[in-house]
Design a protein. Structure first.
Length: 541
């Protein structure tokens, strides 16, 4: 009874905080309507994102009026219309400035291998190429751009991703702090705060067509990293209410109550409602939705999976080989709840530092309840591991291995058994592949499945191994991932968003677009790993 009253109290407190309703983007140029449908379904662009990143030369009203007057909306006429009425894709985003970038940050001197030191120097210099800012000078007073016009420069992933993205920024910030670029980090965080204040939550990326979905909620951990590096108490005091706001949004809009053993637990779930395709992936969604037999359900599930950051993976499919069976609405992700647990711990600590004892105690209690919930809901007693919880099955999904199954460990959950037993189940995923850790053990053609290796999880796994005194295992993982990125750069001159688990240096494949070069979070993770193991990592290509 006491537990239920406490949960009810928290829900009342959260609901009383002002949160903007989540809505679809209203633009009939960039987000929905006949113009968007006609352009995207003409297959004029290989990448659907190209059109929605094109600023207009006239007001939206004038654009739509001109479009309605076109007699024949064939591909040739549409191309002429776009040339006359739109600027090229990304024209409102220009090169930005890094006010605190220096050529040789201190960590470079700790990298013993000269080839890797040269590589790290290249990655550090790449931040200048990936730094952008929004510029409305090309726009008339009533013209439209899909981009958010924020005040500070920011760092983009690269390639087709010309704007900043929510969770990508976490790993970028980590490496910027290693390079003592705290002023750049502060500006990036202020951009997030501006959007949070205006929109009520942080969207997937800095474009209006992302306005109905977010991404893994890592803002609180970004601010914590900045504060631990700078001890900037004034910044923390001025922003703590926004961290509360971000947390409240997830608890109000993305929470679900689960009853287990007659006890109620408040957990989090990715959740987006939509009756239309994603504008930036319009034709792919439209075709798949109509083949699925239930377009509205498909659109909501696809957008929800995009919110998870894992777009796409068999992790969300009923049939692992068929995206049209996507059912993320039935899944409570273990990694999201592990992130929220860490957020609650951090908020308890930060409010305590600021003297807000009541709030600190509330967050501390919430973290304790979530710790209990993770070990109750996401733990599989027979398999002795964690996994996503399937609402329909009332059980943990463990048909295949996903690196996210281990997320409670690296976010600080104490498991029911020794973590060595858990890790043993994942030895093949963690240590068997030359290029690092693949996202899963199942090959489906989706980009968040085998054989693709993604940068972010190398940071979290390595941190857990170091925290639990497994230096040699951590070095093993760092060595393999750093080398695959280095070998690819040495051969092709590029750094990619994903790599092939079995062939060091080869980029990954699958998904809705060709592999992208840049690449923000890959650069950040490699810098993080070379900073940790700079005296030990060697090259093998």
């Amino acid at each position: 009874m006491i537990f239920y009253i406490f949960i009810l109290f928290i829900k009342i407190r959260l609901n009383s905080m002002q949160i903007l309703d989540i809505g679809q983007c209203s633009s009939k140029v960039f987000c929905h309507g006949d113009l968007l449908h006609s352009v995207q379904m003409s297959f004029m662009f290989t990448d659907s994102k190209t059109y929605v990143d094109m600023p207009t030369k006239y007001s939206e009203y004038e654009i739509l009026d001109k479009f309605s007057s076109i007699n024949s909306k064939n591909r040739t006429k549409l191309k002429e219309f776009l040339n006359e009425n739109f600027h090229p894709s990304g024209s409102s985003i220009i090169d930005g400035e890094l006010i605190d970038w220096i050529p040789k940050p201190e960590y470079l001197t700790n990298i013993k291998n000269l080839n890797l030191r040269h590589f790290a120097t290249h990655l550090h210099s790449k931040w200048r190429k990936l730094t952008k800012k929004f510029d409305a000078n090309i726009l008339c007073s009533h013209c439209r751009t899909s981009a958010f016009l924020t005040r500070n420069s920011f760092i983009v992933p690269g390639g087709r991703f010309i704007e900043y993205y929510y969770w990508d920024t976490y790993w970028i910030i980590e490496s910027l702090l290693i390079s003592n670029m705290s002023e750049t980090v502060k500006g990036i965080l202020q951009n997030f705060f501006d959007i949070l204040q205006w929109n009520g939550f942080i969207p997937n990326g800095a474009q209006i067509y992302y306005l109905n979905r977010s991404q893994p909620p890592l803002l609180i951990q970004m601010v914590y990293a900045y504060f631990k590096h700078t001890n900037d108490s004034n910044f923390l005091k001025s922003s703590i209410h926004l961290l509360d706001k971000e947390y409240s949004f997830w608890m109000k809009e993305k929470s679900i109550e689960i009853i287990k053993d007659d006890k109620k637990y408040l957990l989090n779930q990715y959740r987006v409602k939509s009756d239309r395709p994603r504008p930036e992936s319009y034709k792919e969604d439209y075709i798949n939705a109509h083949e699925s037999g239930n377009p509205r359900k498909y659109y909501s599930n696809v957008m929800t999976a995009a919110e998870s950051g894992w777009d796409f993976s068999s992790r969300w499919f009923e049939n692992p080989m068929d995206i049209k069976t996507i059912q993320i609405d039935k899944i409570i992700p273990v990694d999201l709840n592990s992130i929220m647990f860490r957020n609650e711990q951090i908020l308890a600590e930060l409010h305590k530092l600021l003297g807000n004892k009541e709030k600190s105690d509330i967050y501390k209690k919430l973290s304790e309840l979530r710790h209990e919930a993770i070990n109750k809901i996401f733990w599989h007693h027979k398999q002795k591991t964690y996994g996503d919880y399937n609402l329909e099955k009332d059980d943990v999904n463990l048909d295949n291995l996903f690196i996210t199954d281990l997320s409670p460990l690296w976010f600080g959950i104490n498991p029911p058994i020794n973590d060595s037993i858990i890790l043993t189940r994942y030895n093949s995923l963690l240590f068997n592949y030359k290029s690092g850790i693949p996202a899963s053990n199942i090959k489906t053609g989706q980009q968040w499945d085998f054989p693709n290796v993604w940068a972010p999880y190398h940071t979290w796994v390595v941190e857990h191994l170091l925290t639990t005194n497994r230096f040699s295992e951590a070095l093993n993982i760092a060595q393999r991932f750093v080398n695959t990125v280095y070998c690819g750069w040495k051969e092709k001159g590029n750094v990619f968003e994903k790599y092939h688990a079995e062939e060091p240096g080869r980029y990954g494949y699958g998904g809705e677009y060709v592999v992208q070069e840049g690449f923000g979070w890959t650069n950040g993770v490699v810098i993080f790993l070379m900073n940790k193991f700079g005296r030990s990592i060697k090259t093998f290509c």
